[in-house]
Design a protein around this ligand. Structure first.
Ligand SMILES: [Mn+2]
Length: 224
């Protein structure tokens, strides 16, 4: 089975609750569409777990991108951006890690892909955090300085994805941006599927997980 979730944002209890529901087996694969860290308290423990789980594949989110920038180039600007977006708890925990763990985390973040393509049960999917990387046009969107920045920060408009034979799975923008349903639910429009159900947003947010084989949906339960 193939599962997809997005934007865990340090909420390890929610992650464990969904894992308990899906009963992930060794032969299954879980894709996480970025933003494991920041806001919630357990970003670093989650990253350390995920990097050791061979059947979990993580995409780069804008929060991992900010983290990497701030740790590799700790300028005032990079740190301010990261902290402004809930990164201070992640930074504090990172500094408490052993040198070996810190090196492993940095290596892991540097190797994260922007997008992934896969086919499940005859259906093609493109997995992104913010937007498809190949939509980046240098110069046209001048506030993005690189393809990576574009792919992790861009926000998708409904209708911007027009492929009928490939489904776009994305995170980053909480689904309440597209539909006012509480608690938040997965958002679908034609071949677009938004998975960020805002689990670090308090009682109205949840962690969602989609099983691609049969489109079954799982949500973290209650207030954890
Ligand atoms: Mn994001």
């Amino acid at each position: 089975m193939v599962y997809v979730m997005a934007d865990i944002h340090g909420m390890q209890d929610y992650f464990d609750d969904v894992l308990e529901q899906i009963q992930l087996r060794e032969e299954d694969t879980l894709y996480i569409l970025g933003d494991v860290v920041d806001r919630g308290p357990d970003g670093i423990p989650l990253l350390l777990r995920i990097l050791r789980m061979e059947n979990v594949k993580l995409l780069l989110g804008n929060h991992e991108h900010m983290m990497l920038q701030a740790l590799e180039h700790p300028t005032h600007q990079h740190l301010r951006l990261w902290y402004h977006n809930g990164g201070e708890c992640t930074h504090e925990d990172f500094l408490r890690c052993s040198p070996a763990e810190q090196a492993a985390l940095l290596d892991f973040l540097r190797g994260l892909p922007l997008n992934l393509s896969l086919t499940v049960a005859g259906r093609a999917y493109l997995l992104v955090h913010g937007a498809p990387a190949d939509w980046y046009e240098p110069g046209r969107r001048s506030h993005f300085r690189s393809q990576a920045e574009f792919a992790v920060w861009e926000r998708l408009q409904p209708g911007s994805w027009r492929e009928e034979h490939r489904t776009l799975l994305f995170g980053h923008t909480p689904t309440r941006f597209y539909q006012h349903v509480y608690p938040l639910e997965i958002w679908r429009w034609k071949t677009m599927v938004g998975l960020d159900c805002g689990c670090a947003m308090g009682r109205r947010g949840r962690l969602a997980c989609l099983r691609l084989d049969d489109q079954a949906v799982f949500y973290s339960r209650g207030q954890l």
